[in-house]
Design a binder for this molecule. Structure first.
Ligand code: 5GP
Length: 183
């Protein structure tokens, strides 16, 4: 830990080493599943960027990267449930293997919205890889094919996860002190 905002962290949930070890395992599993088949990886902005950057370097299958963005949170720590579309992909995914790379699935509403949008373009296959799976608050029947870690009902920051757009550049994942969160 060597970040100015470390002082606001109550508990480290996953260290840099734990994250990197699990991501290497996921990359190996994905490479074994896809083999020589090309993957169109869709990184969901902004939170999945560190995860995607690390994961793609552990994938040995041919890979093309694209980006998509939507928001539900609007800068606070509680979800509004309303999904706002912000950025579409540029690749033509018709007949190709799409792999969504997401930071976390919480209610599942964001990814449900984005995957429905991509499914309309007739990909050959569509799978989901998420670093964190928070199943307790799931509001859809959406589940990931590859999961880094299962998470309880915590609000986490670091390694792509933000609180009011900060904390994303920490190399570990932690839980904030309640007094550091504005009510
Ligand atoms: P969902 O639509 O699945 O409810 O929410 C997905 C998005 O909510 C994630 O991509 C992420 O941006 C945000 N989110 C959900 N849980 C957390 C959390 O514990 N910490 C942070 N920083 N963001 C979260």
């Amino acid at each position: 830990m060597n970040h100015p905002l470390d002082k606001n962290i109550q508990q480290v949930l996953y260290t840099k080493e734990q994250l990197q070890q699990r991501i290497a395992e996921l990359g190996k599993q994905i490479s074994a599943d896809y083999g020589d088949e090309e993957i169109v990886a869709i990184c969901v902005l902004k939170g999945a960027t560190p995860f995607c950057a690390d994961l793609m370097r552990h994938i040995t299958s041919p890979l093309v990267i694209d980006f998509m963005a939507a928001s539900t949170y609007g800068g606070t720590s509680s979800s509004s449930g309303v999904v706002r579309f912000q950025k579409d992909i540029e690749e033509d995914v018709c007949g190709r293997n799409v792999l969504f790379i997401e930071d976390i699935i919480d209610s599942g509403l964001t990814l449900r919205y984005l995957t429905d949008h991509v499914r309309l373009r007739h990909p050959k296959s569509l799978k989901i890889c998420c670093l964190m799976d928070k199943t307790v608050k799931r509001k859809t029947d959406l589940y990931a094919d590859y999961v880094g870690f299962n998470l309880g009902d915590h609000f986490i920051v670091g390694y792509g996860f933000d609180y009011e757009e900060s904390y994303r550049n920490m190399d570990y994942i932690g839980v904030m002190k309640p007094e550091a969160i504005h009510s």
